[in-house]
Design a protein around this ligand. Sequence first.
Ligand SMILES: [Zn+2]
Length: 81
Amino acid sequence: MSSRWSKDLTEIEKEDYRNRYKGCGKERYKVANIDHCHKINQVRGLLCTSCNKGLGQFYDQPSLLVKASEYLRKFNQKCLN
Ligand SMILES: [Zn+2]
């Protein structure tokens, strides 16, 4: 981890007073993934492994994540009714 990231991480940990992952909100454990924006190389927050990998699988595109969420929501409505 670079020293610049260490500084950024400290700031994020101060903000994250509840010790929750930023993505899913689950309780944070010792292992956290430092998520960062690849375009400007800036730390965005601490994520669990699933969220960190998931965002990458969706190319960090919120619109794609919304479409996938809608897809699952529609299916789940059929499945539960
Ligand atoms: Zn997560």
